[in-house]
Design a protein around this ligand. Sequence first.
Ligand code: C5P
Length: 223
Amino acid sequence: PAAVIVAIDGPAGTGKSSTSRSVATQLGLSYLDTGAQYRAITWWMISNGIDVQDSAAVATAADKPVIVSGTDASNPTITVDGVDASGPIRTQEVTARVSAVSAVPEVRTVITELQRSIAAGAGNGIVVEGRDIGTTVLPDADLKVFLTASPEARAARRSGELKGKEATDLAATREALIKRDAIDSGRKTSPLAKAADAVEVDTTDLTLQQVIECVVTLVEEKR
Ligand code: C5P
């Protein structure tokens, strides 16, 4: 079959990553976590002493870090200037700042180009997950899925992923998620949005397995 391009968008905590990885693995497709790339550039900014609220400084530095994403769904990797960033990009500090950095148009231009070149190079097809994949990065994707879930379900899932102390505060997790979504949905340049031709899947009352099966079926219909 021809290389199929699948775009999976939605807010945090809807099961995008788990679903995308599993679908890619089951169907033998490559996988790209675009949130990890925005997290990586944010980590680089913080590490280099750039004030992430200073959008002019962020814009000037946007093309400096060299971000390399591995596209193996069973082992997604990401390096920044050759350094493994998989751990550091998941800290609360990065999570709290990534929406400010990803709202800067120059950052989006650099990262979007990177994403398009990775997708173009995936000969076997690819599952790309993010916020603006169906609307902006890959508007000609063969299948676009938009995952949603209630704020309660999303906060509970995200809390379950965090370890120890961070996991205990469900209310704080919920607040942080809602704040991040508001910035992501409200920014001028390619906000979080459902593409007109995306299939919306409300995952609130579905198990992860059910969501995966649903998306696999949708992809198979397109192949
Ligand atoms: O998916 P994840 O929660 O790791 O994404 C982290 C952040 O990266 C999002 O909150 C958003 O600010 C940004 N992002 C984006 N566009 C994408 C993917 C992620 O702006 N396509």
